[in-house]
Design a binder for this molecule. Structure first.
Ligand code: DX5
Ligand code: ZN
Length: 221
């Protein structure tokens, strides 16, 4: 499966976002990860609907919109969605998760189911026909700069097995949270193929964005 990088824009340098976007385009980045938080489903606020619109206008890179909001079904209409965009919704955030996933498909985007570290994989069983991807949270959502919940590595492996066993070999597995250069390698070996890159890798202050990007590409092979 193609291995892809999705930079977490909440970690970007907002004072220089235009320049950074150009660098990401030059680096052939596959997705742009946009964290939407509502202070209810997760205890934080980040990016929003206008930012999504501005990004669509500024770049052809598809968006990977991560909704960490309560009852996203009623709010999907607020978002401009383009063909090729991923939209992920958390299992616990919706009363009717299948309806939410379906609605994303109807809007022309690609549905992804997000699972917190404590959410069992069994919830995936009924939802495999409705998704293009699974977002395995490798930290609890809400904040950047957290430490990997190590049990999620085995979960990635079991998720890949479950999908493949049921014939969903094309469904992507994305991992989000503490995707460091070292952890990315372990996540790749476990079976993940989309890597959310935040402060642990490409936005690490220890080196330039270009060098960090090259290092992450090398780590995911
Ligand atoms: C939350 C975010 C974060 C974060 C990842 O959904 O996507 O997990 O920006 O970056 P790290 O964990 O490397 O700071
Ligand atoms: Zn995220």
């Amino acid at each position: 499966m193609k291995r892809m990088i999705s930079p977490s824009l909440m970690c970007a340098d907002f004072m220089n976002l235009g320049d950074e976007l150009k660098k990401l385009e030059k680096g052939n980045i596959e997705y742009l990860h946009v964290d939407i938080m509502d202070g209810v489903y997760v205890p934080n606020y980040t990016l929003g609907t206008d930012f999504v619109k501005r990004l669509h206008a500024a770049t052809d890179i598809p968006l990977d919109i991560h909704l960490m909001i309560d009852e996203p079904t009623a709010k999907l209409d607020w978002f401009e969605l383009c063909e090729g965009d991923y939209v992920s919704v958390h299992y616990e955030s919706c009363t009717h998760i299948q309806r939410a996933l379906n609605l994303i498909r109807e809007r022309g985007a690609r549905p992804m189911l997000a699972l917190n570290p404590g959410t069992p994989l069994t919830v995936l069983e009924e939802l495999m026909p409705y998704i293009d991807g699974v977002l395995i949270m490798t930290v609890n959502p809400g904040f950047s700069g957290q430490k990997l919940v190590t049990s999620t590595l085995g979960k990635i492996t079991r998720c890949r097995e479950l999908l493949d066993r049921n014939g969903y070999t094309e469904v992507d597995i994305e991992c989000d949270g503490n995707v460091s250069f070292e952890n990315a390698k372990l996540m790749k070996e476990a079976g993940a193929n989309i890597f959310v890159a935040g402060t642990s890798s490409i936005y690490s202050k220890a080196d330039t964005l270009e060098n960090n990007l090259a290092r992450l590409r090398a780590a995911i092979g």
